[in-house]
Every structure is written in C-alpha cells, then in structure tokens.
Write a protein that binds this ligand. Structure first.
Ligand SMILES: COc1ccc(S(=O)(=O)[C@H](CC(=O)O)C(F)F)cc1
Ligand SMILES: [Zn+2]
Ligand SMILES: [Zn+2]
Length: 153
C-alpha cells in the first residue's frame, strides 16, 4: 500500500496551508522551524513548495474525522508514503498560538515526527510523548528522538 515505514529519499517537500488564528507569515515560520528541528538532528532536508504537489501536505480542517471540536485530538499525521502519506492535519477548532496552548510549533514538530515514520515514546521528555504539555516551550528533541530519527534514516 502507499504507507511505508520511512521515506526512501532525504529531500522531502511540503506545502503549508493556513489557519485564521495566526498571520500567514507566522504559520510559515512555525512550520519551517518545526521541520528544522528534524533536519538539524538528521540527514533530512525539507523544501517548501508552492505548487499543488508535495510529499507532506499540511492542512487545517474542522470537524472531519478524527477531529472533535476544541481540545481532544489536536492534530494527526499519516506515516510516510505516496498520496496521503506524510500529510499532516491540524484541528482548526483549536486555538493555534505561538504561546502556551496550543503551540503550533510544538504540535507540528511532534506531528512531523509521525510524518517521518516515528511512533510515540513513553519518555515524558521526548517530543514524541503522546500528550501535549504546555510547559514544553521549545520543541527541543530528547536524545531519544535524535537516536530514533537516525535509526530510521
Ligand atoms: C506534543 O505534540 C502533540 C501531542 C499530542 C497530540 S494529540 O493529543 O492530538 C494526539 C495525536 C498525536 O499523538 O499525534 C492524540 F492522540 F490525539 C498532538 C501533538
Ligand atoms: Zn485530517
Ligand atoms: Zn503523536
């Protein structure tokens, strides 16, 4: 099927869409820096596209599955692969901020981990820990995250 466990290339393209919660330039910056978290820790490169076709389509949508109104599921991402593979969606019923809740940069960095093929971690320090903590100001990777992305790529 289209889903693999990892991308079979090191240059991965994306297109970002927008939420009304933040200026477009801010969304661009938050997504770019969320990709940069993984680029710095690995051999991966992320290239923003403006055309209509990219590996990772980043979108915001409301009540379509699996979203559920405010809180609950904040975002979801498909694992690597063709078509929807890698696509990352944010629940537009959340309030997306550059601050505590919900911080778009932190949630995006976590989701992009999934879009690259990473699963959840049981380590509360890990970016891939399955619950959102507003105290996680930065999206710094735990050493476990760095190890995991380099095991995969
Ligand atoms: C720190 O980043 C996140 C933590 C928790 C979530 S979530 O609560 O939306 C999670 C989805 C996910 O783990 O990606 C839940 F299963 F819905 C998203 C990003
Ligand atoms: Zn979706
Ligand atoms: Zn997750």
């Amino acid at each position: 099927n289209a889903q693999g466990t990892r991308w079979n290339k090191n240059i991965i393209t994306y297109i970002g869409r927008y939420t009304r919660d933040l200026p477009r330039s801010t969304v661009d910056f938050l997504l770019e820096t969320a990709f940069r978290v993984w680029a710095r820790a690995s051999s991966l490169t992320f290239v923003r596209m403006h055309s209509h076709n990219a590996d990772i389509m980043v979108e915001f949508h409301g009540d379509l599955y699996p979203f559920d109104g405010p809180r609950g599921t904040l975002a979801h991402a498909f694992g690597p692969g063709l078509g929807v593979g890698g696509d990352t969606h944010f629940d537009d019923d959340e309030r997306w901020t550059t601050g505590k809740t919900f911080n778009l940069h932190v949630v995006a960095a976590h989701e992009f981990g999934h879009a690259l093929g990473l699963k959840h971690s049981r380590n509360p320090e890990s970016l891939m820990y399955p619950t959102y903590k507003s105290s996680r100001g930065a999206s710094l990777l735990a050493s476990e995250d760095v190890a995991n992305i380099n095991t995969l790529y």
